[in-house]
Write a protein that binds this ligand. Structure first.
Ligand SMILES: [Zn+2]
Length: 501
């Protein structure tokens, strides 16, 4: 095979890969948004066949040769092919450096572990899940050895979700949070200020909640002709390509805020995907570059924008109009404070903006130590509870509300959690940079969300995966990950809300 043929063959293989992924994603969407329960078995089989095919294409001889030849001729590649090569090379390394039989055993373990985890969580008994988690970490440690690493072995896993990320940067980041945010949470707890939240649990008609979510998507600029909005148990966004981006939310009668902020969060993910440069459509880089950058967009919308006083001021009249009888005794200030209440809790997915990253810190420290064999799986419940108490001042009295609460580890997702906290920090850095170019608060006050979306598109969205996370961050903000910016944002906001100054 020569270079020219390799380039063509590479493209053919990628077209096949994308088709397989497209099919799997559509089936996934279907099953999460209303496909019949009884069809689950046949759907799972179909997904199994498709993922087997993905593995075959990714590791076939032609792919190996193409990757090698293109890599040797990097300087002859156009920008899109070059970025694609780097992306596929990473995915190939994750798969192909691990012996095939071990990879298959590990996949089987993961699917078993998922079922055991569900059962263990229901019974709130970590000892049921413990042997499986033990094996998952054992495999991951072994895989890290096969794949090779620089510095800390945990770096390999971090890099899977956030290319370029490593323990040195994250240690520094979490040390700053521990030093500044933990005391701030304590001060808030001791302030004695009571924030009114009774109204959020009144009975809100679900159809009207949906209508309000559609209104939110509309004003924020979601393109309904290149996307779809449905309901599912857990909100998520699924991107097939920039012309077909789907998102869901979940509505509960007496939990008003979770539907609203779930929708805004997913809208942030969806806008990122919809606003990718259309020149990239039909390539493998027409998608968001990393978990961290993706979460920065969802969290910028959910928290920095969605929980800003001016944004609340803009949407509140519409909300009041829909729920006149439920909200007539609630002022805008009370609504704003209500959506920003700080309440250290046991459950990560229910955490407020301020304490959320502390939940991630607990998981980061545990993963890092487990991969480095500094602690043992059997001691996790105790370690978990101790850390929760130290950072959040609350500690679970059962495993279901503690170490068993997240699905991630049962699925082998190790190194994934930090991207949530990175997303929070990046979001504050991006909005800080945005404020130098546009009048952010005025835009929110006037409902000029197009100005914000256009800025994000120009600086971040349009590049898809053609720019690495740290390059985006540096080009937009002039620096890398900066915990100070995030901490300043949080301090400034919450000291005001809780009258701490
Ligand atoms: Zn998200």
């Amino acid at each position: 095979m020569d270079f020219k043929i390799a380039k063509e063959r590479f493209e053919e293989l990628l077209i096949k890969l994308r088709a397989l992924e497209y099919a799997s994603a559509t089936i996934y969407w279907d099953s999460a948004t209303g496909a019949p329960k009884k069809g689950a078995g046949e759907r799972a089989k179909t997904l199994g066949v498709l993922s087997g095919e993905v593995h075959n294409v990714m590791t076939c001889d032609d792919m190996v040769q193409c990757l090698k030849l293109l890599d040797e001729n990097k300087d002859k590649l156009d920008k899109i092919t070059y970025a694609t090569l780097n992306k596929i090379k990473r995915e190939y390394d994750q798969m192909a450096k691990i012996p095939k039989d071990e990879f298959a055993q590990y996949s089987e373990l993961r699917s078993l572990a998922g079922q055991v985890w569900e059962d263990a969580k229901e019974k709130s008994d970590f000892t049921l899940f413990e042997p499986y988690l033990e094996k998952i970490f054992k495999y991951q440690r072994k895989f890290v050895e096969y794949r090779g690493y620089d510095g800390n072995p945990y770096n390999v896993l971090l890099d899977d979700y956030e290319p370029g990320m490593n323990v040195d940067i994250l240690d520094d980041f979490f040390n700053s949070l521990r030093e500044k945010i933990v005391p701030l949470v304590k001060r808030i707890k001791e302030s004695g200020k009571k924030i009114r939240t009774d109204f959020t649990n009144r009975s809100f008609n679900v159809e009207k909640q949906k209508e309000f979510s559609k209104y939110l998507l509309d004003i924020l600029g979601f393109d309904f002709e290149a996307g779809m909005f449905k309901e599912s148990v857990h909100p998520f966004t699924l991107n097939l390509n920039p012309y077909d981006v789907r998102l869901t939310s979940h509505f509960t009668k007496n939990i008003l805020l979770s539907g609203i902020y779930g929708t805004i969060h997913e809208c942030g993910h969806a806008l990122y995907e919809q606003d990718i440069d259309k020149d990239l459509v039909g390539s493998s880089v027409a998608t968001g570059v990393s978990m961290g950058i993706h979460e920065s967009q969802s969290r910028a919308y959910e928290n920095v924008i969605g929980r800003n006083i001016n944004f609340c001021g803009f949407i509140y009249p519409k909300l009041k109009e829909l729920f006149t009888d439920k909200l007539q005794d609630v002022t805008l200030k009370e609504f704003y404070e209500g959506v920003n209440e700080v309440k250290p809790s046991l459950i990560r997915i229910e955490a407020d903006e301020l304490t959320y990253s502390l939940h991630i810190m607990v998981r980061y420290e545990i993963e890092k130590k487990l991969i480095n064999k500094e602690i043992e799986v059997k001691d996790l419940p105790e370690i978990w509870n101790k850390k929760m108490n130290e950072y959040l001042g609350v500690s679970p009295d059962n495993d279901a509300d503690g170490v068993l609460q997240d699905v991630h580890w049962s699925d082998g997702l190790i190194g994934y959690f930090p991207s949530y906290a990175l997303g929070n920090a990046y979001a504050s850095q991006f909005v800080n940079a945005m404020k130098k170019d546009i009048n952010f608060n005025n835009a929110l006050k006037e409902g000029n969300f197009k100005a914000i979306k256009d800025w994000l598109t120009e600086k971040i969205h349009k590049y898809g995966s053609t720019k690495m996370p740290n390059d985006i961050l540096k080009d937009v903000t002039g620096e890398g990950l900066n915990p100070k910016c995030f901490i300043e944002y949080l301090k400034d906001k919450y000291e005001k809300i809780y009258n701490l100054k």
